[in-house]
Design a protein around this ligand. Structure first.
Ligand code: V47
Length: 366
């Protein structure tokens, strides 16, 4: 029997659960990853996506700023990070950051996304003054800044508790946290790739403390390197459990590993099939996450477009300038225009909706 476009009989019990709105188990996650029926997995994810969002697909008019790549962590998968004084290391002064903001002051940007390394020396005041200075120039813009890893690092450097650190950042203009730095929660993989990095428990704690202060956060998973399917599923289940407790995660963004210029440059990175399956399975497993985002900078605009038929409801935004993925070999453009994002979404049969960071609809006159 072929059930609503699902060829693989192993997926039939999962279809029944999805149709009933029931939670999928760890075993179901494994079955989905093991299934050769990409279109069947995608069909299931679309059932969930359409129930949540209908034909809507979101994008945002945003600007990325990577203020520094100097980082104490030395993660093997990262082509962006440098030790202080190494060739290629950079750090923007605050006037340089403000110049980037002012250069786009005429554009209808609603979010500035700010991420950098864990810098050994920059004082906490640098981060607070960055937020305040940007807010002074563009009070209407939402600042989505500093991953949980950066926040934990800042707290440690400043000798402050996590709640005090986040409260001070919020007071200075922080609106929400991006989802980076989660990598994959497996201790086995982390021991090999990022032993110095904030632990999974630490990453989840920062997110949950932020939620307690009414700061939403996103979550990510870096996939397509050393991790097993079971480790991917475990990552998703741990995020789902964390979201059950606080409800503060907005979007989940699977990040496709880019191997060039990293300590894993012999690896190929994930295939297109793996990208689509991972996005679809994220939609299915993370039943309490409102949004699944395809970051077009990593996936490419074309695959991001197709992902809108595989459970994805958000393609991120205009971006304009991105360094982390491009230093790891991404061939994608630095930015897309609003018109390009709208066309990409429309051609996938969806209705483009410009959103702000909190997924409120933006009605733009420009
Ligand atoms: O934290 C590092 C990852 C992240 C590589 O929250 C790599 O909306 C692929 O988190 N290949 C930064 N990925 C990007 C990020 C993000 C991007 C877009 C939107 C949002 C959001 C978050 O990139 C890092 C790390 O996990 N990363 N090196 C690499 N070679």
């Amino acid at each position: 029997m072929v059930l609503s476009g699902i060829q693989d009989p192993a997926l039939h019990p999962i279809y029944d659960k999805v149709a009933a709105g029931a939670r999928l188990s760890r075993e179901d996650g494994g079955t989905l990853f093991d299934s050769p029926d990409l279109l069947g997995v995608g069909r299931l994810a679309q059932m969930v996506k359409e129930r949540l969002h209908g034909r809507r697909a979101y994008f945002i008019y945003n600007q990325h700023i990577n203020y520094s790549n100097i980082c104490v962590n030395g993660c093997k998968f990262c082509a962006f990070g440098r030790k202080a004084g190494e060739p290629g290391a950079y750090e923007m002064s605050l006037p340089e950051v403000f110049e980037k903001v002012e250069a786009r002051a005429h554009e209808p940007i609603t979010e500035i996304h700010i991420v950098g390394g864990c810098h050994p020396d920059l004082p906490f005041a640098y981060y607070l003054d960055m937020l305040r200075g940007i807010k002074a120039r563009r009070p209407e813009v939402h600042l989505q800044a500093f991953t949980a890893v950066e926040v934990a690092h800042l707290a440690q450097k400043a000798g402050l508790s996590l709640p005090d650190t986040l409260a001070a950042l919020k007071e200075a203009g922080l609106g929400s946290l991006p989802g980076g730095g989660a990598e994959v929660f497996s201790p086995r993989v982390r021991q090999s790739l990022c032993p110095e990095k904030l632990s999974p428990e630490g990453w989840i704690e920062v997110a949950q403390v932020a939620h307690g202060l009414d700061l939403n956060t996103n979550a990510t998973m870096l996939y397509g390197h050393l991790e097993t399917v079971a480790e991917r599923v475990d990552h998703l289940v741990r995020l789902r459990e964390a979201q059950d407790e606080t409800g503060g995660f907005l979007a989940f963004i699977p990040l496709a590993f880019h191997p060039a210029n990293t300590g894993l440059s012999d690896l190929a990175g994930p295939s297109a099939i793996d990208d689509l399956k991972t996005l679809a399975i994220s939609r299915l497993m993370l039943d309490n996450f409102p949004h699944i985002k395809a970051f077009w900078v990593m996936l490419g605009p074309k695959l991001s477009q197709i992902s809108l038929c595989f459970g994805v409801d958000d393609v991120d935004g205009t971006v304009m300038e991105e360094r982390i993925t491009h230093m790891a070999g991404a061939q994608t453009p630095q930015g897309l225009t609003r018109a390009q994002l709208q066309a990409l979404i429309r051609e996938a049969g969806c209705e483009p909706v410009e959103r702000d960071t909190l997924y409120r609809v933006v009605v733009s006159s420009q």
